[in-house]
Design a protein around this ligand. Structure first.
Ligand SMILES: Cc1cc2nc3c(=O)[nH]c(=O)nc-3n(C[C@H](O)[C@H](O)[C@H](O)COP(=O)(O)OP(=O)(O)OC[C@H]3O[C@@H](n4cnc5c(N)ncnc54)[C@H](O)[C@@H]3O)c2cc1C
Length: 320
C-alpha cells in the first residue's frame, strides 16, 4: 500500500496532492499494493470528498490539533496511519509543511527517507529517485535500500492525475496524545495580495530586470497579472535588487513552477531561471533584445519594449 498525504488550503486541494497521486500510481504499479490518500485537518470532509474524485480510497483524519500543519501532531498521525496500513511508501509534498514532519516520520518508522525527489523508479523492492543538489547543478540518483520508505516530492515536477474515480472516504480518529502538541500557532498575519499563490497558479506573469524598478512591477507586471487572474513571479536579479520578495523568485534557487501559461517580461532567460519554469506548458516572452536566450524556450515571442507592449497587451486582454 502506498500512502499519500494530500495537502489542502482554505478548503481546496493543493495541486501538489494530485502530483503525489500520480507519483504514487507509478510506485504502486511497480511495487504492488493500492494507493490510499489521507487528508488531515480540522474540517476536511469537503476536501476528502473532492480527493475521492481522483483516487479510490481516502482517509479523513479530523482533529482541532491538525488545523495548522505542526510537526508533532502530523508526525504522530502520519506514523500511525503508515503502521496501521502497513504502507510500503509514504509520500508527502516537499513543501515547507511536508518537510516539517517527513524526516520525523522516517525516524519513527526507522526507515529510509528520500527528500525533495524529482523522479521515481523501482528496482526489485528498492525505490530509486533523483533529486537536485548543489543549487541544481548536479542531479543525484538516490536509492532506498529497504521498505517502507518516506518520500517527499518536489512540487511542480510530477504530472497531476485527472479526476476519474469515485472513491470512498473513511473517517479515522487522530488518536493524539497530550505530548503530541508542544507548539501552538499564535496569531497569523497573512500577506494580503489577493493573488493566486505562485506554485498553484495556472498563469504566471514574471518580471525581470527589464521591467526597470519596483514601480515598473506596479505599472506593468501587476496590472497584467490582475486581468489574467495570474500569479506574479520575479527573477533573482529583481529579488536581489529588493524590488520583489524572495517568495516570488522563480528558478534554481527559487520556486519551480509549471503553469499552463508563463509570461516573461524583460527576462533574459538565464539557465538558472529557465530551470524553474521550463516545464510551463506555454511560454510567452517579451524582450527588446531579439537574441535574448528566453526566446529559445518561448512558444510566442514579442521583440519590443515592455513599456509599449505590456499596456497594449493588457488592454487587449481586458477587452476580451
Ligand atoms: C547559483 C545561481 C543561482 C541562481 N538562481 C536564480 C534563480 O533562482 N532565478 C533567477 O531568475 N535567476 C537566478 N540566478 C541569476 C541568473 O543567472 C540571472 O542573473 C538572472 O536570472 C537574470 O535576471 P533578469 O533576466 O531579470 O536580468 P537580466 O539578465 O539583466 O536581463 C534583463 C533582460 O531584460 C531585457 N530588457 C531590458 N529592458 C527592457 C525593456 N524596456 N523591454 C523589454 N526588455 C527589456 C534585456 O534585453 C534583458 O534580456 C542564479 C544565478 C546563480 C549563479
Amino acid at each position: 500500500m502506498i500512502l499519500v498525504i494530500a495537502e489542502h488550503s482554505n478548503g481546496s486541494l493543493k495541486k501538489s496532492a494530485l502530483e503525489l497521486l500520480s507519483a504514487a500510481k507509478g510506485l504502486s504499479d511497480k511495487l504492488g499494493g493500492d494507493v490510499v490518500a489521507a487528508v488531515l485537518g480540522n474540517d476536511v470532509s469537503a476536501v476528502a470528498t473532492e480527493l475521492a474524485k481522483y483516487t479510490a480510497k481516502v482517509i479523513a483524519v479530523e482533529d482541532a490539533a491538525l488545523a495548522d500543519v505542526r510537526a508533532e501532531p502530523y508526525t504522530s498521525v502520519v506514523t500511525t496511519l503508515a503502521k496501521n496500513l502497513d504502507a510500503k511508501a509514504v509520500l508527502v509534498s516537499a513543501s515547507k509543511s511536508g518537510l516539517s514532519y517527513s524526516a520525523r516520520v522516517a525516524m519513527r518508522l526507522d526507515c529510509p527517507l528520500l527528500e525533495d525527489v524529482t523522479s521515481l523508479d523501482v528496482e526489485g523492492t528498492q525505490v530509486i529517485a533523483t533529486r537536485f543538489s548543489y543549487l541544481a547543478r548536479v542531479t543525484e540518483t538516490i536509492k532506498a535500500l529497504a521498505l517502507p520508505v518516506v518520500i517527499s516530492i518536489k512540487p511542480n515536477i510530477f504530472p497531476v492525475v485527472e479526476a476519474s474515480a469515485s472513491g470512498t472516504v473513511e473517517d479515522k480518529a487522530a488518536g493524539l496524545a497530550a505530548t503530541d502538541e508542544r507548539v501552538k500557532v499564535g496569531e497569523k498575519a497573512a500577506a494580503k495580495t489577493g493573488r493566486v499563490a505562485l506554485d498553484e497558479a495556472d498563469i504566471i506573469v514574471t518580471g525581470g530586470r527589464g521591467v526597470g524598478s519596483s514601480e515598473g512591477f506596479a505599472k506593468l507586471v501587476e496590472p497584467l497579472a490582475d486581468v489574467l487572474s495570474a500569479g506574479v513571479g520575479a527573477t533573482r536579479a529583481v529579488v536581489d535588487a529588493g524590488w520583489r520578495p524572495y517568495s516570488e523568485q522563480v528558478g534554481q534557487t527559487g520556486k519551480t513552477v509549471a503553469p499552463g501559461v508563463y509570461i516573461a517580461l524583460g527576462v533574459s532567460g538565464a539557465v538558472q531561471h529557465l530551470s524553474g519554469m521550463n516545464r510551463s506548458k506555454l511560454i510567452v516572452a517579451i524582450n527588446k533584445d531579439a537574441d535574448a536566450p528566453i526566446f529559445k524556450v518561448a512558444d510566442y515571442g514579442i521583440v519590443g519594449d515592455v513599456n509599449d507592449v505590456v499596456p497594449a497587451l493588457k488592454e487587449a486582454v481586458s477587452s476580451l
